[in-house]
Ligand binder design. Sequence first.
Ligand code: ADP
Ligand code: MG
Length: 236
Amino acid sequence: MSNSTIPFLTLENVTKRFGLFKAINGVSEVFAPGELICVIGPNGAGKSTLLNMICGTLPVSEGRVLFGDEVINGLPPEKIANLGIARKFQVPSVFESLTVAENLTLAGGRGLNRDELDALIEKIHLTAERDIRGADLPHGGKQWLEMGMALAMKPKVLLLDEPTAGLSVDETSDTARFLKQLRGEATVIVIEHDMAFVRELNARTIVLHHGALIASGSFEDIESNEAVRDVYLGRH
Ligand code: ADP
Ligand code: MG
């Protein structure tokens, strides 16, 4: 897939209210086709809420989400998924009774041919586990399988909420390398709190705090940003 087929993803003044509380407060941002972006911020900053609004599982209270020229907020999640915006959840949700190959085939539907299936299985390092049932995979294997299931849909945008949760140091490093290889192939937005992982991703990093976007830049910029340091060191 070439990135010329991927539309820009744009947030315009996006706000999410839960009652009187604003979990996301007027966030505007543009994600370029094929860009890899990392979203960081303390617990409760609104990171998951933001992803949930992009994929439509939470309604937007104010503002707009655009995919290319199309306003996508307000569309049902299935419609948004059909536009090519895929989401991997924090807890892996694979079909336990199906094998690795069957899980991927199901996720890919008719769009995934045999050669692509083989290539995908290799890409997620599960060649030896091809005929193992989901239930019998270790946690790391399940995480990889779910990543593969998201990729089987050939997404234009891939949203990942803490993909390294529960992974070993080596698996975490593998994941960073893997996501970097997706650059140009899909726009990837990854929420993460493991700073070693964020450093390794070496991607544009945006920082959320109390529902507001307080910084955006390279990891080095972010690391040396005073406002960000205040947030993480609890000096606010
Ligand atoms: P993060 O992913 O950055 O840790 P979340 O997006 O999960 O943060 O949550 C942001 C804030 O919104 C938190 O204060 C959380 O308690 C609140 N929140 C999230 N979902 C809901 C909900 N469904 N109803 C009410 N409050 C919510
Ligand atoms: Mg979260």
